[in-house]
Design a protein around this ligand. Sequence first.
Ligand SMILES: Nc1ncnc2c1ncn2[C@@H]1O[C@H](COP(=O)(O)OP(=O)(O)OP(=O)(O)O)[C@@H](O)[C@H]1O
Length: 437
Amino acid sequence: MDAWPRCLERLEAEFPAEDVHTWLKPLQATRRDDTTVLYAPNAFVRDEVRSRYLTRIRELLGHFSGSAEVALEIGSLPRTNMDTLPVIAHAPAAEAFHGNLDSHYTFENFVEGRSNQLGRAAAWQAAQKPGDRAHNPLLLYGSTGLGKTHLMFAAGNQMRRQNPSVRVLYLRSEQFFSAMMRALQDRAMDGFKRQFQQVDALLIDDIQFFAGKERTQEEFFHTFNALFDGRQQIIMTCDRFPREVDGLEPRLKSRLAWGLSVAIDPPDFETRAQIVLSKARERGALIPEDVAFLIAKKMRSNVRDLEGALNTLVARANFTGRSITQEFAQETLRDLLRAQMHSVGIANIQKTVADYYGLQIKDLLSKRRTRSLARPRQVAMALTKELTEHSLPEIGDAFAGRDHTTVLHACRQIKHLMETDGKLREDWDKLIRKLSE
Ligand SMILES: Nc1ncnc2c1ncn2[C@@H]1O[C@H](COP(=O)(O)OP(=O)(O)OP(=O)(O)O)[C@@H](O)[C@H]1O
């Protein structure tokens, strides 16, 4: 797939770096007969690429590959197709370690909040004293799109800033896997292993991918031990706590937890709003606070979607020459917001809350007022108010015909309690996360 990198290079010269970073770099290319298939990670990227860049992409691909046929789809390359980094394929020279870290992601543009404070502090410490036993290995875990890779890059970039000769190698777990497979085929395992001896820090993303791959785990286990013994810093990310990943060997699980493991949780409302404002500043777009609040209120599943909504808004404003007001934001994001809201129905909320607290739905809806039932019931009503567009009377109806004042009381009560009750706050965040997945 030679034409795409060349095409991207051209596009980088023709469009602002920020746009290339946001819209074009996330595309993955492959070939289907005469057609170049471009995979976009989500609908925002696909739509923007289609409306703003596709014509130019067609021209460039026609020029470089002889065929201007392009299919733009949502998806990603099958994992086994992932290219390995050249740094892994050949014995790397020191300069090979430059370029595999995305310099865009730093501590400066990472917004700190309650949900990621510890993770940020740990990544910062690892960057200050790579290899220190207090945070080696460092494992950042949490669900998708919450900034784990951002923090990992930030740590790597910070290490380099402090010491430009430091060798930091970033690999997605799939790349480790494909490089190892290639080395096995080529009978070049010695070279494969040697490469890791040369690094000062290995950053390895999404290690849940190792689940069920015994040979890869074994190899990673040895790599890990060698790095650890050599006091080289290891930073890893995983989509959940490794002990909960089925198909990871117990000895690897226990190794992973040797240093420091930190959860990254979904950001709260204030942090989400700050992230929107910060990303807007980065893009050179001015958006009023009330619009940032609107996006933060509606988009709660993960930061990637939050960013997607902002990007759509900014792109549309640039395109139409309109300024970003609350009304414009409502209008532009309407479909998006509707899709978000529709995906969460009252029945779904009731079931999720009942399961979470180990109750039956009929208990949740019953008239019984024991505390063990009343609190989850209030949580369910408050969540329904928060996540759907239903009115208070409609919510009351859906909770076995309760009065709208009962629903209002539940919402106020939960909001009030969450200010002091950490456990309730945690339950709330977890439930929001489950319902937004
Ligand atoms: N606190 C934050 N401040 C600024 N940007 C953030 C923050 N959290 C997440 N982001 C942004 O959200 C996007 C997704 O983050 P990232 O890729 O790091 O997520 P992830 O947790 O590694 O997800 P995955 O598990 O899917 O790889 C990035 O553009 C990142 O910059």
